[in-house]
Design a protein around this ligand. Structure first.
Ligand code: SAH
Length: 253
């Protein structure tokens, strides 16, 4: 009998249904129903005042409202969520595939979704374990960020994806590169053909083509990733010459 407990995620939000509903579909929904993921979404308003309010104006003046500390502390103290507890914030550590990978190897984690101007700083100082940002962009609330983090992490859990080999070969996988383009049937669509090599049955050549295309794509779209791994090897440079890059749209921006 397996004694392994589910990966637990607690989410605190004034719109818990946004996260709960999103996470009920597709692979995440299945991971929940199969008890791979134990996701619990908590409504911060349940810990608010008589009229369920949890916000107040800024000390020192200025536009916008903040979550008051009492309801946030009360929620966390009542729920005793899985630690670490992260606040979603544009000022936090930038989320990426490596971070998702780290999180997926723990027992679980919790997320506090801000709204308005964010939360009283005493929450940051005395309640949470860290802050996570999903990128240099400002959202109106942490819920979409929470969905993003939960989805990226949960799909790395054992058994969460049908094809367990998938996460390794994807973009940002062990190769730290983007993935090559893929094709499915039909072999010809509106006169556009699937590259001949993929239909050749020559597996060694297909492997080289795939690697070359992954390199081309990364050089083209994310040269920083190539730089980070110390440039291209001579073998890789030869691969790029052997196979020309498949066409991509010209970027208008
Ligand atoms: N006044 C804040 C922005 C508040 S946005 C500032 O300028 O930094 C409201 C809430 O949305 C935040 O509390 C946070 O929970 C969430 N949020 C916004 N942008 C985010 C991002 N890039 N990453 C993670 N959460 C974000």
């Amino acid at each position: 009998m397996s004694t392994k407990s589910a990966f637990r995620i607690d989410v605190f939000s004034i719109f818990p249904k946004l996260v709960d509903d999103f996470c009920n579909e597709s692979l995440l929904g299945r991971a929940r129903s199969e008890s791979i993921v134990d996701l619990r979404c908590h409504d911060l308003r349940d810990y608010g005042d008589e009229s369920r309010r949890i916000d107040d104006a800024l000390y020192g003046g200025g536009a916008g409202m903040l979550f008051r500390p009492e309801p946030v502390f009360a929620a966390v103290e009542a729920v005793q969520p899985q630690r670490p507890l992260f606040l979603l914030s544009p000022g936090g550590r930038r989320f990426d595939q490596g971070f998702a990978d780290q999180l997926s190897k723990t027992q679980g984690f919790s997320l506090l979704c801000g709204r308005y101007e964010g939360v009283d700083h005493r929450v940051v100082e005395h309640l949470i374990d860290g802050e996570i940002s999903i990128g240099d962009v400002v959202l109106s609330g942490g819920e979409v960020a929470a969905c993003l983090i939960i989805e990226a992490t949960a799909r790395l859990l054992p058994g969460a994806m049908g094809n367990e080999a998938s996460p390794v070969s994807e973009s940002f996988g062990v190769s730290r590169m983007l993935e090559e383009p893929h094709y499915t049937r039909p072999a010809e669509f509106r006169g556009w053909e699937v590259p001949e090599v993929l239909r050749s049955g020559d597996h060694a050549k297909i492997e080289r083509w795939r690697r070359a295309q992954a390199l081309h794509r990364t050089v083209r779209s994310r040269p920083d990733l190539i730089e980070r791994r110390g440039g291209l090897s001579s073998v890789e440079k030869r691969l790029l010459e052997e196979f020309p890059c498949v066409p991509y749209p010209e970027r208008p921006l």
